[in-house]
Design a protein around this ligand. Structure first.
Ligand code: PLP
Length: 406
């Protein structure tokens, strides 16, 4: 049974008030709140167990190293990677995708090579590829989404040509909530010999992920959206791709041996983790993923689908509300504008007065905003602790905003 009361009580912040109203937190797509187990794990890591990792031989360093390194196995279990060595720690999806751009793509791609992206990518999965366009003459090839915001995997596969070297695609749109069939895309791309990177920033939060079943080459996650600490994250890299990568950050920990005229790299994945890492952040990520696995990602997906359906049903009655993205099976992420001239920033301010936290802006998705013909939207993004009451509170606040701006 999905014990929503218990889950809500795990998140201390949910009992606070904002602007004199109970908090209705619907900005999970930007960053999710943290359960007490994550907060306690962070406190313990600093208060009782802190030291640098890998380097010391003393008690605390060994303890810290054990705690930190054990998270590699936790991430591997969370993503069903075949081995924990296929996991590289980082500060989040942005770093993960940049690492692939610098370590895997830059040494391999040449003028005229292509990278395929969908128009609904987040800037984190666009800008690193623009670097390759600017610096190496790589071409970015864009695949559109359909009217309802869905993405037919075949359109991505059909876009692959002889010059295509990578498909880099989101698992779930942070604006539309569209869930992309990354397994079908990977199968089609691999049949043409092209690797696939999946931006799992949003996807891994809302559904079970099995990287072996998807078959992808890279799968990036970000800790702060997974109810873990900001500055934590990881990327799954298929061992075949891992062996093709060259480290782009040099420093301590990623080498075995350094002399005046020679270096020997550490084995992967350590080879790609230069410098003192986010020790406590990563330990906190481990606690967050363990928490999620205890609830069960399938249970979370099922519960959130119920919230999504309830929200869709309530929104249907609001004929002045324009929802962007109606794809079947989407996640509970709703971007919207109101009919009339109300700016999303003003709408979000009204909602805030009612204790409802949503995001307003371009959501770091410039090409999608262009595609939709808008400059900004409001976004309500639901998480594992939200309820139908939160949907009702949102609808009440939207009705007020609509009256004020009508
Ligand atoms: N990709 C998607 C789809 C996102 O929604 C986000 C964050 O909003 C990112 C990538 C970047 O994640 P981070 O800022 O945690 O690196």
């Amino acid at each position: 049974m999905y014990d929503i009361e218990k889950i809500r009580s795990d998140f201390p912040i949910l009992s606070r008030q904002v602007n004199g109203k109970p908090l209705t937190y619907l900005d999970n797509g930007a960053s999710a709140q943290k359960p007490k187990v994550v907060i306690d794990t962070i406190t313990r890591a600093y208060a009782d167990e802190y030291s640098n990792v890998h380097r010391g031989l003393h008690y605390l360093s060994n303890l810290s190293t054990d705690r930190y390194e054990s998270v590699r196995g936790t991430v591997a279990r969370f993503l069903n990677a075949a081995h924990e060595d296929h996991i590289i720690f980082n500060s989040g999806t942005t770093e993960g995708i940049n690492m692939v751009a610098y370590s895997w793509a830059m040494p391999r791609l040449e003028v005229g090579d292509e990278i395929i992206l969908s128009v609904m990518e987040h800037h984190a999965n666009i800008v690193p590829w623009h670097f390759l366009r600017e610096r190496q003459g790589v071409t970015l090839k864009w695949v559109d989404v359909a009217e309802d915001g869905s993405l037919d995997p075949q359109t991505v596969i059909d876009a692959i040509g002889p010059k295509t070297k990578l498909v880099s695609i989101t698992h779930c749109s942070n604006v539309l909530g569209t869930v992309v069939d990354v397994k079908a895309i990977t199968q089609g791309a691999h049949a043409k010999g092209v690797p696939v990177l999946v931006d799992g920033s949003q996807g891994a939060v809302h559904m079970p992920v099995d990287v072996q079943d998807i078959g992808c080459d890279f799968y990036a996650i970000t800790g702060h959206k997974l109810y873990g600490p900001s500055g934590s994250g990881a990327i799954y890299v298929h061992p075949d791709r891992m062996h093709e990568m060259r480290p782009f950050m040099g420093g301590g920990d990623m080498i075995k041996d350094v002399s005046k005229d020679h270096i020997t790299y550490n084995d992967p994945p350590m080879m790609f983790e230069a410098g003192t890492p986010g020790i406590v952040e990563t330990i906190g990520l481990g606690a967050a993923l363990t928490y999620l696995m205890e609830i069960g990602m399938s249970n979370i997906a099922e519960y959130e689908a119920g919230l999504r359906d309830y929200a869709i049903q309530r929104f249907k009655a609001l004929n002045w509300l324009n929802i962007q993205g109606q794809a079947t099976g989407k996640s509970a992420i709703f971007s919207f504008t109101l009919q009339g001239a109300a700016h999303p920033h003003d709408i979000s301010t009204i909602l805030d007065k009612k204790g409802v936290a949503v995001r307003a802006g371009h959501h770091c998705a410039g090409p999608l905003m262009d595609h939709l013909g808008v400059t900004a939207t409001c976004r309500a993004s639901f998480g594992l602790y939200n309820t139908k009451t939160d949907v009702d509170t949102l609808v009440d606040a939207l009705e007020l905003a609509n009256e004020l701006f009508a």
